[in-house]
Design a protein around this ligand. Structure first.
Ligand SMILES: *[C@@H]1O[C@H](CO)[C@@H](O)[C@H](O)[C@H]1NC(C)=O
Ligand SMILES: *[C@@H]1O[C@H](CO)[C@@H](O)[C@H](O)[C@H]1NC(C)=O
Ligand SMILES: *[C@@H]1O[C@H](CO)[C@@H](O)[C@H](O)[C@H]1NC(C)=O
Ligand SMILES: *[C@@H]1O[C@H](CO)[C@@H](O)[C@H](O)[C@H]1NC(C)=O
Ligand SMILES: *[C@@H]1O[C@H](CO)[C@@H](O)[C@H](O)[C@H]1NC(C)=O
Length: 190
């Protein structure tokens, strides 16, 4: 029901032009739909917070396909004042998405020790091509790619503006030629 109301409100705003939202009143998950390669469905491949190392008191995450990092430790996300937060399995909130930089991954930090203001780079927009709203960073929803990363446990991770990567080795952990463009759908949590 919540979902239905939401789609109606988006259908109205999309007739008037593109709407950017910096807050959503419901929780969601993310899923990636290919923009150039074929899709098996319109919902997309589920995305999760994948491991990206840790230091004392801080755990780092990247946004990964669940097929490359098969653990969904943060089953609900929220958008508040342009910041993305992730809730743990027990509803605890100690995880925020970090700043989005060209050529870089869509990252997150989990910590109880060094809590600081979250990045406000995020918003949600409507697209004429989809019934689901899409995630944007810096107001852009068309700069996301999925890139297979090399190295230990090499996950397939979300990258913003792949073109900013250095066009020759050493790459920033991935080969830009192996990336493919995606839109990141916002899927309401029931
Ligand atoms: C997008 O393309 C990749 C690479 O071919 C594929 O693994 C993935 O399943 C595709 N996504 C969807 C939603 O079909
Ligand atoms: C869409 O396809 C992906 C795999 O490409 C799968 O994980 C997901 O569950 C599918 N969603 C639906 C609603 O079928
Ligand atoms: C989102 O999920 C968290 C954790 O389960 C919960 O505390 C919060 O109330 C939810 N927010 C909304 C808007 O449903
Ligand atoms: C997450 O972001 C909020 C809003 O900026 C901030 O109040 C909170 O301390 C942050 N939490 C962590 C764990 O950094
Ligand atoms: C993407 O990166 C390129 C190269 O650094 C830069 O020129 C361009 O402005 C960036 N695009 C966006 C949308 O940030």
């Amino acid at each position: 029901m919540l979902y239905f109301v939401f789609l109606v409100s988006f259908a109205i705003t999309s007739c008037l032009g593109q709407t950017f939202l910096r807050d959503l009143s419901w929780n969601f998950t993310l899923a990636a739909v290919n923009t150039t390669l074929p899709n098996t469905n319109d919902t997309g491949v589920p995305l999760v917070l994948g491991q990206n190392g840790a230091t004392s008191g801080i755990i780092f995450h990247v946004t990964s396909t669940i097929s490359s990092y098969p653990y969904n430790d943060y089953p609900a996300l929220a958008l508040v004042d342009g910041s993305l937060r992730a809730y743990g399995s027990y509803g605890d909130w100690i995880t925020n998405a970090t700043a989005v930089k060209s050529g870089g991954t869509m990252g997150w930090v989990t910590t109880t020790r060094y809590a600081q203001s979250a990045s406000q780079d995020y918003s949600v927009i409507t697209l004429a091509t989809s019934s689901l709203p899409a995630l944007a960073a810096h107001g852009l929803s068309d700069q996301w790619s999925l890139c297979p990363f090399s190295g230990f446990r090499g996950q397939t991770n979300v990258v913003f503006n792949v073109s900013a990567n250095i066009p020759a080795p050493p790459y920033l952990g991935y080969d830009p030629a192996s990336c493919y463009g995606v839109t990141i759908n916002i899927i309401p949590v029931q």
